[in-house]
Design a protein around this ligand. Structure first.
Ligand code: CP
Length: 307
């Protein structure tokens, strides 16, 4: 396996590159479950630089590294680091990338991971850059679809905040490699940016834009719900207008396909009713677990370790 130097976006990933990571993750799943042990990343150090809150991305990278025998260094909160004294992101990256074999960066500014890669002496893994991309989430989303549904002939609805939601931005580019039909379901104010819709149409995939979940809920194989991202709205009044505009309930999915899988990158606020959790359609907690084998596979790829 050739080392992949930075993971910034899935936009340029070929189907072969995506499939290779998914296949590696499948091999690593018993280690992720704690059924087997491994020391393949013994001696490797991963740095975590999180400038925004995170539970899943940060802790699943930590778990992945620990289960493969590696070590983690964590900058901790921005207030506890020299960023609080005015140190730039570029200087922080120049320093930390010399302490570690790879760096996971989450940052509120779109493009931050790409910028960081220009100053880094070790691979940068984008753990989410503002409203930009979240490629490691996309890889675990693909893995979840592969394990719980099928990537072949997929009819999927991406729903919620498609304007600011970085997880859907990354996922729709990756799904275009599998010829999926993509239904974009959002309030009118939160549609996927037009440049992305045009870009996707140029990839010859079927795109259907709607503002009503009822239009698609009975025909899709996967419903990928997202949170409306309060923190990205420049105007709080605009957020208040749309904040409760989409909600998945047991009533809504009453006539769905028997094998419908509902996914969500989490955290959720109120866009999926708790009653949905106990249905066979709820796949979001399994999805969060799949972050571990997938991030193990990403670490092996980035660090040049063959599986
Ligand atoms: N899905 C996701 O990125 O979750 P966190 O914000 O908790 O990392």
């Amino acid at each position: 396996m050739q080392p992949l130097h930075h993971i910034i976006s899935t936009r340029e990933y070929s189907r072969e590159m995506l499939d290779e990571i998914l296949e590696t993750a499948e091999k690593l799943e018993p280690i992720a479950r704690g059924e087997r042990t491994s020391k393949i990343l013994d001696g490797k150090v991963l740095a975590l630089l999180f400038f925004e809150p995170s539970t899943r991305t940060r802790m699943s990278f930590e778990t992945a590294m620990i289960r493969l025998g590696g070590q983690i260094i964590n900058m901790g909160s921005v207030e506890a680091s020299s960023i609080a004294k005015g140190e730039s992101l570029a200087d922080t990256i120049r320093v930390v990338s010399r302490y570690a074999d790879a760096v996971v960066l989450r940052h509120p500014h779109e493009g931050a991971a790409l910028m960081a890669s220009e100053f880094s002496s070790s691979p940068i893994i984008n753990g989410g850059d503002g409203a930009g991309h979240h490629p490691t989430q996309t890889l675990l989303d693909l893995y979840t679809i592969k394990r719980e549904s099928s990537l072949d002939h997929l009819n999927i609805a991406l729903a919620g905040d498609l304007k600011y939601g970085r997880t859907v931005h990354s996922l729709c580019y990756a799904l275009s490699r599998y010829g999926a039909k993509i239904n974009l379901v959002s309030p009118p104010e939160l549609e996927l940016p037009k440049r992305m819709i045009d870009d996707l149409k140029n990839r010859n995939i079927k795109i259907h834009v709607t503002h009503a979940m009822e239009d698609v809920i009975e025909e899709v194989d996967v419903l990928y719900m997202t949170r409306i991202q309060k923190e990205r709205f420049p105007d709080p009044a605009e957020f208040n207008r749309v904040s409760n505009s989409m909600r998945i309930t047991e009533e809504l999915i009453r006539n769905c396909k028997p094998n419908l899988k509902i996914m969500h990158p989490l955290p959720r606020v109120n866009e999926i009713a708790p009653g949905v959790d106990k249905t066979p359609h709820a796949a979001y907690f399994k999805q969060a677990f799949y972050g571990i084998p997938v991030r193990m596979a990403i670490l092996c790829k980035v660090l040049g370790v063959d599986i």
